[in-house]
Design a protein around this ligand. Structure first.
Ligand SMILES: Nc1ncnc2c1ncn2[C@@H]1O[C@H](COP(=O)(O)OP(=O)(O)OP(=O)(O)O)[C@@H](O)[C@H]1O
Ligand SMILES: [Mg+2]
Length: 336
């Protein structure tokens, strides 16, 4: 029977959930659900639900069921997973799939267990977890099975995880909740202080992606926004430029650097010299931030580069993880 069981790798992220099988990505959706407030029934999920954010009547709520990489709304996460898994397997789960789900480094055993339970509740036959940095490293084909130090930094929406990996195991790592969403918050708070304007997270995110940068630029871009005047409550426009966003982002970016430095401090010198030789691999949606690779290269004194598949390496690595599942489980036991 096991021969018929499909092996699905899942990246359950704060912003995006993806499912892969072998080297194919089968599902990519925002981790968002829209539910009826009274009955808690799901009306939409993924891209459609995301499009409803901030635009629904009181009877409907649009929710991100994960916060900082961990499950905040258990039942909604399970419904989301079940719906997405069935999209892959079809409605009848005669042969239940095996699941390997990535979980942020450093979460509690209770939080990990919640992910496994949600996977089982969603129709998984056997559900294992893999630390996210390890999955990402598998997904970018770093030689992690050898005794060399490989550093990977996964910069997502709700978590930044920095890890040094050797012999398919995490040698040193740290996780912080300073990631994409906190960068949006920093931009919103800058706009409120400087212009007296309240803007929502989606507008702050647009500013970050369209004109933002980690380092100052000579040729600035600008973007017009509509905010809500803090005093009168009325709509008011403003025009922001790149170097203002650079200013706004400095404090959270410094926090990210502090987290990475802590990992380097904990890493044995032999492995550090490998990392210096090989560079630091960056992945996750926030690694696409303009100038972030240069910013980190200067701040750390180690070359940092964005990998070729920054948005998909984690899910690709979870699917690949089935090939070395025994080794992964030995290094990161399921019920520790
Ligand atoms: N070009 C860009 N510049 C800066 N940030 C970006 C860019 N594109 C996407 N992002 C940010 O990437 C984040 C989402 O990344 P990703 O999909 O990797 O997160 P996730 O895997 O769901 O979250 P996590 O791993 O933290 O649970 C969002 O905060 C988004 O604003
Ligand atoms: Mg992620």
């Amino acid at each position: 029977m096991a021969g018929f069981s499909r092996q699905l790798g899942i990246d359950l992220g704060t912003f995006h959930t993806q499912i892969a099988e072998n080297d194919q990505i089968l599902v990519q959706e925002p981790t968002v659900v829209a539910i009826t407030v009274n009955e808690m029934k799901m009306v939409e999920l993924g891209t459609t639900a995301l499009g409803m954010m901030g635009r629904v009547p009181e009877s409907i709520e649009v929710i991100r069921p994960l916060r900082n990489g961990v499950i905040a709304e258990y039942e909604l996460t399970e419904i989301l997973l079940r719906t997405l898994i069935r999209r892959v397997t079809g409605p009848t789960l005669f042969f239940k799939p095996q699941l390997l789900i990535s979980v942020p480094y450093g979460v509690t055993s209770v939080e990990r267990r919640a992910v496994q339970e949600a996977g089982l509740g969603a129709g998984g036959r056997e559900v294992n977890w893999i630390p996210q940095p390890l999955a990402a490293a598998l997904g970018i084909d770093l030689p992690i099975n050898s005794p060399t130090g490989n550093m990977i930094i996964s910069l997502g929406g709700g978590t930044t995880q920095a890890a040094v990996i050797s012999m398919t195991g995490i040698v040193s790592a740290e996780t912080t909740s300073v990631a994409g969403l906190r960068l949006d918050d920093a931009i919103a708070s800058y706009v409120r202080k400087k212009y007296g304007l309240v803007i929502g997270q989606p507008t702050a995110e647009q500013l970050k992606i369209k004109i933002g940068s980690a380092l100052p630029v000579d040729e600035e871009k600008t973007m017009d926004i509509q905010g809500q005047d803090q005093v009168s409550g009325l709509p008011k426009p403003a025009t922001l430029s790149t170097n203002e966003i650079v200013d706004a982002l400095q404090s959270p970016l410094e926090e990210i650097v502090t987290t990475i430095r802590r990992v380097l401090e904990k890493t044995p010198p032999e492995l550090i010299s490998d990392v210096i030789d090989r560079g630091v691999a960056l992945c996750g949606g926030t690694s696409l931030m303009k100038g972030l690779d240069k910013y980190l290269t200067v701040a750390l004194g180690i070359p940092a580069y964005v990998v070729d598949n920054p948005l998909t390496c984690t899910v690709e690595g979870t699917a690949k993880g089935f090939e070395s599942l025994d080794l992964i489980l030995r290094n990161h036991p399921n019920y520790s």
